[in-house]
Design a protein around this ligand. Structure first.
Ligand code: G4F
Length: 304
């Protein structure tokens, strides 16, 4: 089991994480028997379904697997909850990828036009979540989250690829950073803020669906420009476009409208794009054995 991202929680000082101790169980989104047994024995108050094959590019190579885990896997979990009749609250990790070609600003009423097997599977899972709420009265919420990042982000997603790439260049282990489509635009927020929104959804009186976004958009080109300039480098000297990273179909233009989350949940993003990129750079520079302050200085990254 890959536990690299949670090991530190288990060993954290108990006073810092009062009540945050946890027990791990094996589970597989393609195994309904195992999921049923888990939900029956654990009797959870809340389930957050973040399990997925979440790489959009890979979903073009593994469309069936992606549909099975991300789409049908959600139905298996919903069925397991329904079978117990215990009123377990359910959070579904829906995604801005469901909007696909629909132009911004994307809110809860914007039509879905997914552009990848991943997006299609997530649209199915989203509507199953809505359906189980309407048909069986499950407390089921769907959070339509725009891209959310942190130093724990997987290495193949573009933000982390850029911050790790910069650390590799500064450490002398690499000369260039190869990226795909620089023109697509994303609305990036910090995962820490977005997880808080997930939790808030399940604490409401009524289940509902919410867009979680910052409402601010950056292109991949701008991401590279901002990140390289934070360490005093000109991105154009290092970034090369490589067709291998282009997708058969991409989502060109995402920018969410989080008004409903603001009004109903009282949720607001607390971390700016620049603060988030700086935090990721700091982490990746240190991980590469470099001293972050040497490159980032005491720069203030408060401005968005
Ligand atoms: O970082 P990305 O791979 O994220 P993407 O495809 O927007 O999806 C992520 O966010 C979704 C919304 O929360 C999640 F549902 C999903 O599971 C995942 O977490 O790519 C962002 C953009 C794309 O347009 C891509 O074409 O960056 C472009 N890009 C350009 N060069 C690249 C690269 N993406 C990657 N991964 N690697 C590149 O070299």
């Amino acid at each position: 089991m890959n536990r690299g991202r949670i090991d530190h929680l288990e060993h954290a000082h108990p006073t810092h994480l009062a009540g945050a101790r946890f027990t791990l169980h094996y589970g597989d989104m393609t195994d309904s028997g195992g999921l049923n047994r888990l939900v029956m024995t654990v009797e959870p108050d809340e389930i957050y379904n973040l399990a997925a094959q979440s790489q959009v590019h890979i979903s073009f190579d593994q469309p069936e697997y992606t549909g099975n885990t991300d789409g049908l896997g959600t139905t298996r979990l919903l069925e397991a909850i329904r079978a117990t009749g215990r009123g377990t609250r359910f959070y579904q990790a829906s995604t801005s990828e469901m909007f696909g070609l629909t132009p911004p600003p994307q809110n809860e009423s914007a039509p879905f036009h997914p552009r990848s097997p991943y997006g299609v599977a997530k649209v199915y899972a989203h509507w199953m979540t809505v359906n189980y709420r309407e048909a069986y009265g499950l407390f089921a919420c769907s959070g339509i989250l725009f891209n959310h990042e942190s130093p724990r982000r997987g290495e193949n997603f573009v933000t982390r690829k850029v911050t790790r790439g910069i650390a590799a260049i500064l450490g002398g282990r690499s000369e260039k950073l190869r990226l795909g489509n620089l023109e697509s635009k994303r609305d990036w927020g910090h995962a820490r803020d977005y997880v808080e929104a997930m939790w808030m959804m399940l604490q409401q009186e009524k289940p509902d669906d919410y867009v979680i976004a910052t409402g601010i958009q950056w292109s991949i080109r701008q991401l590279a420009e901002v990140a390289f300039s934070m360490v005093g480098l000109d991105w154009q000297e290092y970034v090369e476009v490589d067709k291998a990273y282009f997708r058969p179909a991409d989502v060109p233009d995402l920018c969410g409208d989080p008004q409903k989350a603001r009004e109903v949940l009282g949720w607001r993003p607390k971390t700016s794009f620049r603060e988030m990129i700086e935090e990721m750079l700091e982490f990746d520079l240190a991980a590469a054995g470099l001293t972050p302050a040497t490159y980032l200085g005491d720069r203030s990254a408060k401005a968005s």
